[in-house]
Design a protein around this ligand. Structure first.
Ligand code: PGA
Length: 256
């Protein structure tokens, strides 16, 4: 049984004042066996402060460099994230791929560096609108998975987030059939490459315009083990209902 994961990606949002939202989230977290794991990836400037107060919420980075140290102005190494209190790092987010030209091989090198430090990696894949329209979605996802995930992974330290680029921050969401098709495909590819044991234990998140109003429907899809949430993770009033919907989905599965 994979533990559900609700991950928040704060992107370039948040200063010290916003830690009050984390306090409000802590107070409203679901309790009990079905309680999902909750992760927030704030801007790097907040990692240390958030990690000092957020438990049981885990804290992660939004990117790291592939090198251990050196002349890379503005970058952060995986060891620095760990030192600041992060346990996870998002890698290959479409905004990194677009804004910074990150390629699959960059993501793979970063993932290798993060795994070597003991971080859990959340590797993002997803097709653009044009790729979906040219019926190329699974080809693109397959290529990104093959290129971005290192060979040496364990199921507990790898999370894959399917984030269609056209659904991020747009309010557009794929149908549940479309999400199910891609998640099933990702599961199959992971099992084929890493074997059934590892492949079945990797958590698969859906991301892209997840909101309190659509979360339950998305979490009912097979092979959706949680969500990577952008805008709706910034405020407790939005993130908590999503976390609760995930806890409810977990309780339903356990009751089956
Ligand atoms: P969104 O972002 O929830 O604001 O669409 C998701 C993401 O980019 O991780």
């Amino acid at each position: 049984m994979r533990r559900k994961l609700a991950a928040g990606n704060w992107k370039m949002n948040g200063t010290g004042a916003d830690l009050a939202e984390v306090t409000a989230m802590q107070a409203g977290l679901p309790k009990g066996a079905e309680a999902p794991e909750v992760l927030i990836c704030p801007p790097a400037t907040l990692i240390q402060r958030m990690a000092a107060m957020a438990a049981p919420i885990a804290v992660g980075g939004q990117d790291c460099h592939s090198a251990e140290s050196g002349a890379h102005t503005g970058d952060l190494s995986a060891a620095m994230l760990l030192d600041a209190g992060a346990s996870h790092v998002i890698l290959g987010h479409s905004e990194r791929r677009t804004d910074h030209g990150e390629q699959d091989e960059d993501v793979r090198a970063k993932a290798r560096a993060a795994l070597a430090q003991g971080l859990t990696v959340v590797i993002c894949v997803g097709e653009t609108q044009a790729q979906r329209e040219s019926a190329n979605t699974l080809g693109i996802i397959g290529g990104q998975l093959a290129g971005s995930i290192p060979d040496l992974v364990t199921g507990d330290r790898l999370v894959v987030a399917y984030e269609p680029v056209w659904a991020i921050g747009t309010g557009l969401v794929p149908t549940t059939d479309q999400i199910g098709e891609v998640h099933g495909f990702i599961r199959q590819r992971l099992e084929r490459r890493f074997g059934a044991g590892v492949g079945r234990s990797v958590r698969l998140l859906y991301g892209g315009s997840v909101k309190p109003g659509n979360a339950a429907e998305i979490f009912a899809v097979a092979d959706v083990d949680g969500a990577l949430v952008g805008g709706a993770s910034l405020k407790a009033k939005d993130f908590l209902p999503i976390i609760q919907a995930l806890a409810d989905a977990g309780a339903r599965e356990q009751g089956q």
